[in-house]
Design a protein around this ligand. Structure first.
Ligand code: FRU
Length: 663
């Protein structure tokens, strides 16, 4: 089979601009390497004067000389190392071309003898600009080392014009400003995941759709980049991708700071809060008494606020609290309308004292549970049941069809960790019919809440990607990508499937790369180059004799092992075995594969959604999901490595995505 369609965005290169605040370390325009030391034969005794014999034309270098390790062809090897110099300026800008083999055809920065940053070419002879941010090594002594340790195809490296500078010539570099011009362009700013303009944020709150707008409220600290001063931030979107952050919705008061909760549209005006023609939005939230000097000594209670202007301004109910303190840190009410019994239901996290179990101190142990309350008017709440099993924080509770409606629908209850139970609900009591199931297999998934009242009946989950790091940024944390939930009978029972919402297509650019490879021999191959930072990659394969299949995405390794039937990444293990073609969701990419792009039977399917600082993995159509955050240190390339044998069959579709902030 031949490659089907190959279309790439043309590469965009940024030229280095000279300024007073820079120091040229090497320009390679002399007859020799000056104080640089060459080993091996690939670099010769001095700079090349451009293209070498039998080399494709080399372009893009400055002046008339450059470093070009094609001397003696690809098979020659060697290193070229600079004298030691002091890192007096933050950025090192330089030009690079040639091979793309990490660690083998590369430019390294050595600090205290160790490689701290490394970059390769892109399998092109032309040189393009790169910047290393060396801010964290400021004042230290460093060396530049140019390496050619490869003898096969593209086994050489080109480099030129090393300049220490106060300004970066191109990313990655740390941009921190949040002025209107550069807002959302900062170095570690997620490009298609929600993050607050500035300040810390955690849980998504009040997910509701009303009058064409998706609302996302969120646990926000508008005053700092660490948790605290909990305030309800607010953003709206036409499509769950492009967010417009509005004024804060709920500010801390004497009852406490504003902890997590939910928003409903009171269509029948059951609470009597509606003043105009449109129904009121009603928020049920936790007033976290005792978490601020103002609320010292007060307990946690559940309170209500309402808005009659599509969430732009909010009034707190003067009959607050609507639910008095119950136990230990009760919080996170998730209210919804239960049509069958025509009342409101509120799953609530509560720490209840268990008199039957005494702790070491002789006092009853606290059990972390979910209680169910009901109400006819959102103001008076009655306890109807307590779910027996332990569940911690942020309960989520939705009804979903099973197998696309072929079987009666079921209810899913989860806690903040994402672990869930499937069962039935009569409007008062939830009865689990499965043991607890694992929710997310990654390291950064927490406190997810769902849009459970969408006009198109989809149920869409948004998590907080807890624990991501964004050094020196004006914001802190990001949300997970919105995923559609469904229930499917799979092997050992009904399971919750997760899949990126179809709106992701609105982010596709014209850069598309698709290939069908009937027999993929052991080896490695680049799936994307350095210009693809934001990608949606779907990969399907029938393992054949391969023992491991790995994807190196921006320096992060995801390795599938045939022996264990697991995908390992960031020290986590995600189950991934060949499955039936009917498992989970179908591919997003039916075109231009045409109707043939049905999953294969007994294949493994994996989808990676890669943003600047996160990777979400969907295994076998969403049968398992794993969320990961990372701090980008390597160039944005994606490489496939097959080891120990060959893949019987494989195919992939890789799309470049655009930033959701620029529209
Ligand atoms: C979960 C959580 C919630 C609480 C909120 C406070 O991350 O601890 O239980 O309402 O965060 O910010």
């Amino acid at each position: 089979m031949h490659p089907l369609t190959v279309a790439f965005l043309s590469l965009l290169f940024v030229a280095t601009t000279a300024s007073a605040a820079e120091e040229v370390l090497a320009d390679f325009d002399g007859a020799d390497y000056g104080g640089w030391t060459a080993t091996g034969t690939a670099f010769g005794t001095g700079p090349a004067q451009g293209t070498l014999p039998e080399q494709a034309p080399v372009t893009g270098f400055r002046g008339h000389g450059l470093v070009n390790s094609y001397l003696g062809g690809d098979k020659a090897t060697g290193t070229l190392t600079s004298p030691e110099f002091e890192l007096k300026r933050r950025y090192l800008n330089f030009l690079i071309g040639g091979g793309a083999i990490e660690g083998k055809t590369c430019v390294n920065i050595l600090v205290d003898g160790a490689v701290v940053l490394s970059a390769t070419g892109r399998e092109e002879e032309s040189l393009t600009t790169l910047t290393f941010d060396l801010g964290e090594y400021s004042g230290k002594r460093a060396r530049i080392q140019i390496v050619d340790d490869a003898t096969g195809g593209w086994g050489h490296i080109n480099a030129d014009h090393f300049v220490l500078s106060d300004s970066a010539a191109m990313p990655p570099y740390v941009k921190q400003s949040i002025d209107a011009e550069t807002l959302y362009e900062e170095t570690y700013r997620p490009q298609f995941h929600f993050s607050a303009q500035k300040g810390w944020h955690n849980d998504p709150n009040g997910l509701v759709f009303f009058n064409g707008e998706y609302h996302l409220f969120f646990q926000h600290n508008p005053k700092g980049t660490e948790w605290g001063n909990m305030t309800w931030g607010h953003a709206v979107s036409p499509n769950m991708l492009e967010w417009n952050q509005l004024e804060s919705a709920l500010l801390p008061d004497a009852t406490g700071t504003m902890f997590s909760g939910s928003v409903v549209v009171d269509v029948k005006n059951t609470g009597g809060f509606q003043t105009g023609k449109e129904p009121a939005l009603v928020a049920l939230y936790t007033a976290a008494g005792g978490t601020s000097p103002e609320s010292k000594g007060r307990p946690f209670t559940q309170c209500l606020a309402f808005s009659n202007d599509r969430g732009r301004t909010w009034k707190k109910f003067d009959g607050n609290p609507v639910l008095n303190n119950i136990g230990d840190g009760d919080r996170d009410p998730k209210v919804f309308w239960h049509a069958a019994t025509t009342h409101w239901v509120m799953p609530l996290y509560v720490g209840v004292k268990d008199p039957t179990r005494l702790g070491k101190d002789g006092k009853p142990v606290t059990r972390q549970v979910c209680q169910f309350y009901t109400s006819s008017d959102l103001k008076k709440w009655t306890l109807t049941s307590t779910f027996a099993e332990e569940l911690f924080e942020c309960p989520g509770f939705v009804e979903l069809p099973v197998d696309g409606g072929a079987k009666p629908s079921k209810w899913v209850l989860w806690g903040a960790s994402g672990e869930y139970w499937i069962g039935s609900f009569d409007g008062r009591t939830f009865t689990a019919e499965t043991p607890k199931q694992k929710g997310d297999y990654g390291s950064n998934f927490y406190a997810a809440q769902a849009y459970d009242d969408l006009p198109d009946h989809r149920v869409v989950l948004v998590s907080w990607m807890q624990g991501g790091r964004y050094p020196k940024m004006p914001f802190n944390q990001q949300m997970g990508f919105p995923v559609e939930l469904s229930l499917q009978t799979a092997g050992d029972g009904i399971r919750l499937m997760k899949w990126p919402v179809a709106e992701v297509r609105q982010l596709f650019t014209s850069a598309l790369h698709e290939e069908l490879i009937e027999h993929f021999p052991a080896g490695q191959r680049k799936l994307s180059g350095t210009n693809s930072e934001l990608i949606d990659l779907e990969f399907e394969f029938i393992p054949g004799t391969a023992k491991t299949v790995a994807w190196e995405i921006r320096g992060n390794r995801f390795e599938w092992q045939a022996a264990s039937g697991e995908l390992t990444a960031f020290g986590r293990h995600i189950p991934l075995r060949p499955g039936p073609r009917t498992l989970g969701h179908r591919s997003e990419f039916r075109k231009p594969w045409g109707p043939d792009f049905e999953p294969w039977d007994n294949s493994i399917r994996i989808r990676f959604l890669v943003d600047r600082t996160s990777i979400e993995v969907f295994a076998n159509g969403g049968a398992a999901m794993a969320s990961f955050c990372f701090v980008p240190r390597a160039l944005p390339t994606t490489t496939l490595i097959v080891d120990g044998g060959d893949l019987a069959r494989s195919r992939f579709t890789l799309r470049d995505l655009r930033s959701a902030w620029k529209y």
